[in-house]
Write a protein that binds this ligand. Structure first.
Ligand SMILES: [Zn+2]
Length: 252
């Protein structure tokens, strides 16, 4: 899997500004995600556009760089703003854009948005589609030739968004790295081996308690438990495995 990732806008072509500056932050996120993916053995190339003086030249240069590389996925990092651009106290959140006609990148966009939201508490916009937004009028999505997603990490005018982003910068970058490299798809490991109780000990009851039945069924349906030993104690490793499966279920 080869990825090309770039920061939105350019050194001389401003993005949006609010409590933070989009160009500066997009570069930080791009570089950190690149570092994380490489650290995990992944193949990723980062690009920042540093020469264009107009928006058209800037987007053309970014697209040209992406299209000049052999890759499976194009990623663009941006930050969002409202049309009014006024500082707001309320949370606004994360969204990830994909080209309107691409079903695969629609799913990936949702996974990336959810990973960012899970990592940071940033509000997931467009919940119906897991934070994914279809667009047909963005130069990056229209003109890059590999599957592409454009990440709007958060809103630069929201005090809550910016606080979450700054506090969980590293977690957000890890979330993006996992989602774009597909590591959120690792298959669920087989359930832990059934432990037979030592001789003399009461064997586990075969049925869950009536008050726990709904939750137990839910756990089975969602692959969190294999449905055996409902009344056994769990070990710390079983607990964390359950939490991990639940988290992956959320991430998709
Ligand atoms: Zn932007």
């Amino acid at each position: 899997m080869n990825i090309v990732i770039s920061s939105g806008h350019g050194k001389f072509v401003a993005g949006t500004r609010g409590l933070i500056d989009e160009v500066i932050e997009a570069r930080l996120v791009t570089d950190r995600v690149t570092e994380i993916v490489r650290g995990a053995g992944g193949n990723i190339t980062a690009f920042h556009e540093n020469t264009a003086r107009t928006q058209a030249d800037n987007i053309n240069a970014i697209v040209k760089f992406h299209n000049s590389r052999q890759r499976d996925l194009d990623v663009s990092i941006h930050f969002n703003s409202t049309s009014a651009g006024v500082i707001e106290e309320k949370a606004i959140g994360v969204e990830v854009l994909h080209h309107v006609n691409n079903q695969n990148t629609r799913i990936l966009a949702g996974q990336v948005a959810r990973a960012i939201s899970d990592a940071s508490g940033l509000l997931l916009r467009h919940q119906r589609d897991s934070g994914a937004v279809a667009r047909n009028n963005l130069g990056f999505l229209n003109n890059t030739t590999a599957p592409a997603v454009l990440i709007e990490v958060c809103f630069v005018v929201s005090r809550i968004d910016v606080r979450q982003y700054q506090q969980f910068f590293n977690e957000i970058c890890h979330g993006i790295a996992s989602a774009i490299t597909g590591r959120v798809h690792v298959p669920v490991p087989p359930p832990p081996a059934v432990v037979t109780p030592p001789a003399g000990q009461q064997p586990a009851a075969p049925q869950p308690s009536s008050w726990a039945r709904d939750a137990w069924e839910w756990g089975i349906v969602n692959g969190l438990t294999d449905g055996t030993n409902p009344r056994d104690n769990s070990t710390r490793e079983q607990m964390i495995t359950l939490l991990h499966r639940y988290h992956r279920m959320q991430v998709g």
